[in-house]
Structure formats: structure tokens, C-alpha cells
Design a protein around this ligand. Sequence first.
Ligand SMILES: *[C@@H]1O[C@H](CO)[C@@H](O)[C@H](O)[C@H]1NC(C)=O
Ligand SMILES: *[C@@H]1O[C@H](CO)[C@@H](O)[C@H](O)[C@H]1NC(C)=O
Ligand SMILES: *[C@@H]1O[C@H](CO)[C@@H](O)[C@H](O)[C@H]1NC(C)=O
Ligand SMILES: *[C@@H]1O[C@H](CO)[C@@H](O)[C@H](O)[C@H]1NC(C)=O
Ligand SMILES: *[C@@H]1O[C@H](CO)[C@@H](O)[C@H](O)[C@H]1NC(C)=O
Ligand SMILES: [Zn+2]
Length: 513
Amino acid sequence: MIMSLQRPYAAVACLLLYCLTGGLSIPDPRQREALIEQEASMQTGGQMVLTDAEKRLDAALFKMKQEEVMRADFPPAMHFFKARPLIRSSPIFGLLQKMPKGAALHVHDFAMGSLEWLVKNVTYQPHCYMCVTDGQSIRFIFSRRPKALPHCSDWTLLEDLRAKLVNATELDHSIMANLTIFTDQDPEVLYPSQNVIWDRFEQAFLAMWGLVTYAPVFREYYYRGLTEFYMDNVMYLELRALLPEIYELDGTTHDKPWALKTYQDVTRQFTAEHPDFFGARLIFTVHRGVNMSVMTEVVEEAMKLQRDFPDIMAGFDLVGREDSGRPLWYFRDALSLPVERGVMLPFFFHAGETDLEGTEVDQNLLDALLFNTSRIGHGFALVRHPVAKGLSRRKGVAVEVCPISNQVMKLVKDLRNHPAAALMSENHPLVISSDDPAMFGSSGLSYDFYEAFVGFGGIRSNLGSLKELAINSIRYSSLTLKQQEKALALWQRQWIRFVSENVDYLKYTLTQL
Ligand SMILES: *[C@@H]1O[C@H](CO)[C@@H](O)[C@H](O)[C@H]1NC(C)=O
Ligand SMILES: *[C@@H]1O[C@H](CO)[C@@H](O)[C@H](O)[C@H]1NC(C)=O
Ligand SMILES: *[C@@H]1O[C@H](CO)[C@@H](O)[C@H](O)[C@H]1NC(C)=O
Ligand SMILES: *[C@@H]1O[C@H](CO)[C@@H](O)[C@H](O)[C@H]1NC(C)=O
Ligand SMILES: *[C@@H]1O[C@H](CO)[C@@H](O)[C@H](O)[C@H]1NC(C)=O
Ligand SMILES: [Zn+2]
């Protein structure tokens, strides 16, 4: 190697000089090598110095990746619903599951954990009523005597219904099919457009609503969600949470502070029981379909919650489909309230989850940055906005990339073509997350790490990239610097153990075959 990596621009200068002075028609292979090195050093993890053990593990990973890329049925090129069984049998995925991935910073409350438990356990609990809407969706409520809803009046006690059936499997399947958008059918046929998939997606949340907002289930669903991420070697979470009205069997309800307090209690309990888990914080969210007066009230409430629960509450965000909701700029008066009053309310805006280039909605990215967002949710459109992209880089506002979500929601087909490929190739601040894993038939964070690492990371992303992504997830979290140091130290210990336990992963995997 003739050029040091620390002086990448020297290589360019030399190349230009070389072209000017001319000579051979074949470019100098040493110059070529230097440029290749220069580009590799610019990617996420490109400057990471690996230990000997890490280098050995990296060599194994490289080999596995080369084999994976040769496959005719290359998983990242396929729809996740079809790719899932292939990913599950991939040795790279096996390794990524064991890898300490740091934090998951973009996950939503009611899609964080398996939905199977809702069907197999929760709907089997006493007092669970179900009703089929005019639109063939379902609703649930726990009650002694449910009241009629618009478009859904005929409540059936599931206990009675199941007692009449010889075999409840079909019913359970149809309930499950309502709660998730995952399907065994051809997803391209079932969900031909973004409109169709978003409609089904929102229906699924409405269907599970009466289950997950029932107080005992609310608590346990969160605990189970934490367990799934913990088992997937994620040590910390920042959860987008709607803090909806939670109800009890007798119909009494609880408000937002109660919901937040419950999250705090369950988080503390979980962390006490799992000392190598660092914890969780909440980003309070509201649907972007609300009107201006509701938004103003919600921002007021968010400021109060931020003041009263500074430990658990990280900030505020808007959720729901950007293309059909109101743009951030529409809510500018409400969103400026905290700054006007000198009150701290960090924003974590979803922005740029769109392919509608040039529309009002497409301005969300820039507006999110103008409102000093701490991170950008998705930022799928960021590479098409050089000014927003430059700001995001300069201000260290990380993009939360959720590959499987973007593919399932039809923004990109082949994950090799995900725009984050460009961001990763120049080490743009970013983290990998999973958005609504349960809804997509995924879980935890490993599937999304797989798609990022094997799909848009390409052959070139390596163990250093994975390491930097994990470190990013802590560095770009809402934790204070002091907490980050603590979390990083905990992560570091897990990482060293992971590397030493898997140095011979390839050998082990090959003997398994
Ligand atoms: C649901 O799970 C709980 C434990 O989490 C268990 O005690 C209970 O028996 C289960 N109920 C049903 C109906 O499966
Ligand atoms: C119930 O029906 C499903 C198919 O609908 C079948 O696979 C299952 O074996 C049946 N269970 C029993 C106990 O008969
Ligand atoms: C939802 O459940 C209803 C009632 O069981 C069923 O008719 C409908 O097909 C289900 N919807 C989906 C999307 O599976
Ligand atoms: C805003 O929405 C709320 C709740 O849907 C409704 O009660 C209120 O009348 C609406 N306000 C305006 C000004 O439209
Ligand atoms: C964003 O930050 C800048 C610089 O700190 C500040 O002047 C501005 O008021 C902030 N704006 C909002 C909406 O937070
Ligand atoms: Zn999201």
C-alpha cells in the first residue's frame, strides 16, 4: 500500500497528476488500489481498528457473505415474507442474532412483540368479546357487558364461540390474519399498492387495540416485548408510544401519566431482573391525522409529561402515513410552543418515509431538521435532498433506517437498492432499527441487521461496520453522555465476549453442515 488511509485526498491529487502527465494507457494499479482503499475507509466502520480476534471473525463473515451472495435465491433481493425462512437458515443471521447490537431506537409500542401470544393466550382469557365490523375487520373488548360501537355492534363472547366450534384453529388463524400484515400468500398480489398495504396496516392496529389497551395485557405485552429484544441481544430501547387510554374490566380508564408510569415501572422491573439490560425510554407519539387544536393540546401535554417523567420520557414524534397525513409545516405553531416557552421537548420526527418527491410531504425532512429534530425516523428520501442531508451530517442527526419496514410498505423492492446503501458508503450518521417487527412477521432487530449488512451493506461492509452500527445506536440515543458511557462499557463487555465465543464460528458452522 503506497498511500496511507489517513490521507485519502492525496490519492486523488496523485491520480489527477498522473492523468495530466499521461503515459501508459492502463491506469496505474497502485493508484487504483489506493482509491479502492480510500473509498472503503469512508464507509460506516471504515476507520474501525479491529483486534486480531475480530479480524478472524471478520474473515469468516466475509467468506459466509460471499457464499450468500452467490445464491440464486438471495434473501435481500426477495420480499421479506418469502425470504424469512431463508434468512432463518443463514449462518450470518445466526451470528447476527448472537451479536450484541446495542440499542433499537425506532420501534413502536404495539408491534414490538409477538402477536401470537395475543391470539393464543389473551383472546382465551375470560370476558374477551369480539365483533366483526362492516368492513370485515375485527374489534375486541374485555368487559362484563360490552356496548355497541359504530359499524360493530354484535359482540360475541369468545369463550362461548369457541365452545361451539369443534376446532378453533380456523378462528385463531383468522384472528391472527387480522392482527398482522404478514401472510403466506403472495404479498405482491395481496398488497398491490401502498394504499392497500397502509390500509391493512392501520386496520391491524385497530383490530388489536381492544386487546393491548386492556390494563393487564398492556403491562404484560410490554414486558414480553422487552423480553424479545433482550433475547435478541438488544440492550436498550427507545419506544415510540401512543400512551392511549388504558381500560380495566369494569370500564374505568387511565390517562397518559398512568400509561407512562406503567411503562416506567415495568422497565424498572425488567432491568432489575436482567442486569445486563440497560433500560428503555419512551418517545410520546400522536397520529399526524389530528387537527391543529388537538395537536396544540397534545404538545402541551407532552411538555408536562417531559417535565414530570424526565427519566423515562425522551421526547415527542408524529406517527401515521406521511403521504396521507398532514406535513410537519402545517403544525408549525404547535411544534414551536416548547421553544417559545423555553421548555425542553426533544423531537424525534418520522420524516422522508415517502417516494413522493417534491410534494409538501417531501419537505418533512428539511422541516424536521429546522425544528431541531434529534434523529430522523426512516429518512428514506434523504439522499434526494442534498441540503437536508448535509444538515443531518453536520448536526449529527442520525437517520433511523428500517429496511424491512420500507420494503414491506412498498418503498423499495430489492433491499440492495435501499438508499441507505449510499448513506452507509459514506458513514452518514445512521442506526438500524425494526419499526414494527411483529406486524411484519419479524422480531427484535436481527432480521433488519441482516438486510442492512447482507443487502445494502454489500460485500464490503464488514465486522467494523457492524461494530460501528452498534456503537452508533448508543451514541445517537437520547441518553445523557454519562449514561452513554455506562451503556457503552456494558456493550463493550458483551462485544468482547461475543467475539471471543465466535472467533471460530465458521469452522463450527461448517462442521454442522
Ligand atoms: C396466559 O399466560 C399466562 C402466563 O403468562 C398463564 O398464567 C395463563 O394460564 C395463560 N392463559 C391462557 C388462557 O393460556
Ligand atoms: C383443527 O383444524 C386444523 C386445520 O384447520 C388441523 O390442522 C388441526 O389438526 C385440527 N385440530 C384438531 C384437534 O382436530
Ligand atoms: C378478520 O377476521 C374476520 C372474522 O373472522 C374474517 O372474516 C376476515 O377475513 C379477517 N380478515 C383478514 C384480513 O384476514
Ligand atoms: C379537531 O378534532 C377534534 C377531535 O376529532 C374535534 O373534536 C374538534 O372539533 C376538531 N376541531 C376543529 C377546529 O376542527
Ligand atoms: C433550533 O435550534 C436553533 C439553534 O440552537 C434555535 O435558534 C432555534 O430556535 C431552534 N428551533 C426550534 C424550533 O427548536
Ligand atoms: Zn415508525
